[in-house]
Design a protein around this ligand. Structure first.
Ligand SMILES: [Zn+2]
Ligand SMILES: [Zn+2]
Length: 201
């Protein structure tokens, strides 16, 4: 996902409530439960959910329940994120890092270098990466299309050299961060989602 300010709009409330319920219950979220958690009426929530899903801001399963929100997915996504002993997928590498950081979680990120495909396993303790490198995070600038322009190019790179190569391949449209910088920024960007989880737990 692309970071946003704390929600004051329906889209943000649904995104944060969806994230919190996915984490709390670890199963797809019925729209009625989502609407209630977001403090919206079901009709308003249903139409907002449809447009959010179309724009890639929520994932729906075949029954129309929410299965992914704010970068966190029960089943879909190229990056693995294990929180405690529960396995999730995420839409981009920044999601994995930011979500674990905001939750202050012990976590394992399983992904691969965007440039060469070398597997990368990164453990976090209390939300902070256990090592600060050699991997780098590429944080794309993003654009109109959330998944295509932000999530797809936002990856970890196995080291500085492939970080630079990736940045060149992206025409410099983004920033290379070290893992601790990525976790710190992610903790801020997912703070509202983590608050929603505390509120709803
Ligand atoms: Zn993302
Ligand atoms: Zn590499």
């Amino acid at each position: 996902m692309k970071p946003l300010l704390p929600a004051v709009d329906a889209a943000g409330l649904l995104r944060e409530a969806g994230f919190a319920l996915l984490l709390r219950d670890r199963r797809p979220v019925e729209l009625a439960d989502l609407a209630e958690a977001a403090g919206l009426d079901v009709q308003a929530a249903t139409s907002a959910v449809a447009s959010l899903a179309q724009a890639g801001w929520l994932d729906l399963d075949e029954s129309g329940r929410v299965a992914g929100a704010a970068g966190l997915s029960l089943a879909t996504g190229p990056h693995g994120l294990t929180l405690g002993d529960e396995a999730f997928r995420t839409w981009c590498a920044y999601d994995s890092l930011g979500i674990a950081a905001a939750l202050g979680a012990d976590a394992l990120i399983e992904t691969a270098c965007g440039q060469c495909g070398t597997p990368i396993d990164l453990a976090l303790r209390g939300g902070m990466p256990e090592r600060n490198g050699p991997e780098r995070l590429w944080l794309a600038d993003g654009g109109a299309d959330l998944r295509g322009s932000f999530c797809t190019p936002t990856v970890l790179l196995c080291g500085e050299e492939h970080g630079i190569a990736w940045a060149e391949g992206q025409d410099g449209r983004g920033r290379l961060l070290d893992l601790v910088e990525g976790a710190r920024q992610g903790a801020a960007d997912w703070a509202a989602c983590a608050d929603a989880l505390r509120r709803l737990s």
